[in-house]
Design a protein around this ligand. Structure first.
Ligand SMILES: [Zn+2]
Length: 249
């Protein structure tokens, strides 16, 4: 049995038995790891009574094999608990949603070091911001880019021609970006994109000066895209969006 060391963030946990958890981790060098943490829920276990989502630690695991469908977590030595995330419901939801997306859009044992670092930076920065939606927007754009689903905002994703100005433009998830007025009639699945929101996507440095409702509208478009890609509307997406909208009132 090979034991592998990595630094990992816990994305989610579920109870496996009275004493054990199945954890989804995201390792810096190994990407997503689904592992059984045997005995982790025992108060005196080597995992300190259970592994919490959105905490980071040094891990040792043995990967899944022909005999075991799950990796086996041998050690999770907590290094950072990002305690500040839990002081604010909206911040916590934004972080959980980002973690959920990271788990959904990456494959097991497919390393994405930059994504790991970006997610760590976000968890750190979410603790001290009153505009968590901004960071969420930034993280989703980074995620899409790093997994090869980056969106081209300047050209038509169907015919590659430059997009006209002062025309109604649509975004299509199945096409993978914006569509020009010539291509648009043939595309059924599409969503209108507000020019102000498009400017934010074209120049993400505008996010910090954007109004909160514009950030939420920009997130709406990305959520639409993610929903289409996932083929479902996850609860965490719905709750996070509701909390972001409530904050605008
Ligand atoms: Zn076109």
């Amino acid at each position: 049995m090979t034991a592998i060391k990595d630094q990992a963030i816990c994305l989610s946990t579920r109870k496996y038995s009275e004493s054990s958890q199945v954890v989804t981790l995201f390792g810096r060098e190994h990407g997503k790891i689904k592992a059984l943490a045997k005995g982790s829920r025992r108060p005196k276990s080597r995992f300190g009574g259970g592994i919490e989502p959105l905490t980071c630690g040094n891990v040792i695991f043995s990967p899944a094999s022909a005999e075991a469908s799950l990796s086996s977590l041998i050690e999770f030595d907590l290094t950072e608990s990002f305690a500040g995330l839990r002081n604010n419901l909206l911040t916590l939801h934004c972080a959980q949603y980002a973690g959920f997306l990271l788990g959904e859009f990456t494959e097991e044992l497919d390393p994405h070091e930059e994504l790991f670092d970006s997610f760590c930076d976000c968890l750190e920065n979410w603790q001290g911001t009153d505009r968590p939606g901004e960071l969420l927007l930034w993280f989703i754009l980074t995620l899409l880019e790093k997994i090869g689903l980056g969106i081209q905002w300047q050209r038509c994703s169907a015919c590659s021609r430059e997009l006209p100005t002062r025309r109604r433009l649509y975004f299509s998830s199945s096409v993978g970006g914006l569509i020009c007025p010539d291509c648009e009639p043939a595309v059924i699945e599409k969503k209108y994109i507000d020019p102000v929101i498009l400017e934010i996507f074209r120049d993400p440095s505008r996010v910090s000066s954007a109004k909160s409702n514009q950030v939420v509208d920009a997130l709406d478009l990305l959520n639409y895209h993610l929903r289409e890609q996932l083929g479902k509307e996850p609860k965490i997406m719905i709750f996070t969006n509701q909390l972001l909208r409530q904050q605008l009132r």
